[in-house]
Design a protein around this ligand. Sequence first.
Ligand code: AQP
Length: 343
Amino acid sequence: MLDVSRLRAFSGIQPTADSLHLGNYLGALRQWVALQDDYDCVYSVVDLHALTVSPDPAALRTRVRATAAQFLAAGVNPEQSVLFVQSQVPEHTQLTWLLNCITGFGEASRMTQFKDKSAKLGDKGVTVGLFDYPVLMAADILAYDANVVPVGEDQRQHIELSRDLAIRLNSRFGEGTARVPEALIMQSTARIYDLQDPKAKMSKTGHPAGIIELLDSPKVITKRIKSAVTDSGTVIKWDPKNQPGLANLLAIYAALAGQTPEEVAQQYCGKLYGHLKVDLAELVIEALRPFRERTAEYLADPAALDGLLEEGREKAAAIAGAVYARIAERFGLTPRANRGPAA
Ligand code: AQP
């Protein structure tokens, strides 16, 4: 059960691929697991967010379960934390509407992720949903009175918007309307880069050769790391500015080995890039082996997985229902006669 005296963490990942990637794991998921001992954690498969890129319905259905199984395989403990599917708790969309009505159009237009994604999709693929993504994300966070949001660096601007909206709610409708959240970003792994384009972040929808998927086979992992773009230099040193490809490999190595990138660079000083790549591939394969096995176990029993998600939905709905009732009432909306008390 959730302990209300502890601080609360909320975060989510979109089910936009069959497998999460190393950036999702090192930037977010690993922190989620670590936070469970000290925070009340609420983690969601954010399928409504995935709709913004028009997924195939059958693929989305499969990926929701696959994503939940990967959260569990990484160490999200459903006895300790709330694990649920976003679309099963309607208060996310209800609160989004309220927040839409206090968000400036100009303010939403400044979101760089919308600019990047809409540039990739072109005029025909850009929907109002994609534009509104950050407001839905603010609703996700505020609906759980979250104190902290463990995410990668790419989400910083969205968390800033969530903070601004919470502060605005409190100034318009009185202190205590919303809790003001903070981003929790692990600096060393805040941004894992694409292996083929070390200036772009590793992304589920990026080119496959640039991604290490958590469910990739050892053979694929070795191939991806061996063909990772490095630099024209030959000396292994920690120099992210001038050697971004090498720095990305050192950062991944360091994160998995529990070292600093400088220490790893020192260890490989005088060796060839190829040595580092061979050892890194081995390190990644061994780190992901148990993860792959546990994911397969969870996916082998869909009824048990659905049961866990249903238990999570009940717990999530209880929190979000009470918080939504509190915020809606401050807006002046008339509560349903039989609605429970506001939080
Ligand atoms: N490259 C990355 N480095 C560090 N953290 C990352 N995250 C994503 N990519 C990196 C973090 O993973 C969490 C989940 O992200 P998401 O699935 O909700 O959406 P995203 O940020 O848009 O991730 P992708 O992989 O780039 O998905 P697509 O391609 O579908 O848009 C977040 O905490 C994010 O910071």
